[in-house]
Design a binder for this molecule. Sequence first.
Ligand code: C5P
Length: 234
Amino acid sequence: MLAKDVIIALDFPTGGEALAFLDLFGDERPFVKIGMELFYSEGPSIVRAVKERGCSVFLDLKLHDIPNTVKRAMASLSGLGVDMTNVHAAGGSQMMKAAMEGLTRPDGTRPLLIAVTQLTSTSDGMLRDELLIASPMEETIASYAENAMDAGLDGVVCSPLEATLVKRRCGAAFLAVTPGIRPADSARDDQQRITTPAMAREAGSDFIVTGRPITRAADPVQAYQSIKKDFLGI
Ligand code: C5P
């Protein structure tokens, strides 16, 4: 795993499609994200299959439950050998600490654990009127990130536009993993708050998560390499 890298969102409905996509990469072993769609359709076997190919895996299941349940669920996920996984910071500090305990393997190693602060689909109006959170969005995100840091987590998932704020409040070593990435010539799709890979680097992102600009490109490998170059500034 690199210190800074592009994570491809492996958003496919079946394992067959996901593995056929990875076949395109030949000897290259991209870091990939497996989310709910693929995990719930294929189960742990898809994680094992992707790991067997030598790829690092971010298992994006966003756990949010009582601390004991999250701890035990995390022990199961950690046993799959994933490299990064996540919880909702809204589950609270005790839940995040329990997740860390569950993730730690008998040999002392563990996957990176990051927290979702507020989903990028949550609007200011929804925060105030449905979730009844009176603080502004940015303060809520920064405060949830601080809770995650205090609980011992490695970082947060956030928009690249929030990465600078997260780094300012939590320090440079606290990871910012950022979706919402679009190369300058790419379709916006349903993403609202987007930046280019280079802008994400400048904002302080450690890992960018990119799906459709790679998975739906005419030449996915070329798209991946171009995004990686832009992000790493090489
Ligand atoms: O195709 P696209 O590049 O928009 O994919 C982004 C990936 O990151 C998707 O898997 C999406 O679910 C995920 N994600 C996101 N925004 C968040 C959290 C996760 O786009 N706040």
